[in-house]
Ligand binder design. Sequence first.
Ligand code: PGA
Length: 261
Amino acid sequence: MRAILIAGNWKMNPGTLAAASALAQAVKDGLGHDASVHVVLCPASVHLGLVDQILEGSIIGLGAQNMHARPDGAYTGEISGAMLVDLGCTHVILGHSERRHGMGETDTMVNQKLHAALSAGLIPIVCLGETKEERLTDRTEHVLLTQLEGSLAGLEPVQMAKVVLAYEPVWAIGTGLTATPEQAQAAHAFIRNRLTAQFGAATAEHVVVQYGGSVKPDNALELLACPDIDGALVGGASLKADDFLKIITAGREAARRKANS
Ligand code: PGA
């Protein structure tokens, strides 16, 4: 059975080291040692080092929100995978829609970063998802297919098994709109079918596919209980420790139901 993975994408928040420390500490204290769901915090890069210190001794993973595809060199303002590992990172978010749409990241760039992340020993969380316009014009599956093919190009099944995917419909991110469990499950099942076609059933069954887009305490369980939804990438609600911990509790309940079904 796939473990449920709940990741908090703090984006460019909170505004100070002190607030980031307090948030990480509150999640650590609230989580305890129950390892039935996997938890990762993804603070801003300048907060990674301190958050890593706070998380020491806990079971919480540490993720960056982006990285560069090259291992070193003259890339002003960029951060390599090896630097992230050195800071204590276990995960890295790649191809978030705010980077694809706001900063011009293409599938090819995401693919290069993905290969670099795997080489560095990081677990990549590769984001994909359609815009509102693409959904309304019935192009969701076409968009997902294009993003999957481009972003995952050149991976061997053994590499794919280490990758996490996050289906994040762009229209649901930060908008308060959430995909219904039926919409999300349909997209996740489509993604898993494509993984089966490209990498084989054993690998596809192994890959964790998170849902992201306005996941909140009150909608988390119905989403996480869907058979092909294996976790959540949480933005806004991850900035309040209480809300994030409630989503983790929903993840535990979903894991329990799946184990018994
Ligand atoms: P949201 O963000 O939960 O605030 O919608 C999710 C994300 O961007 O990963």
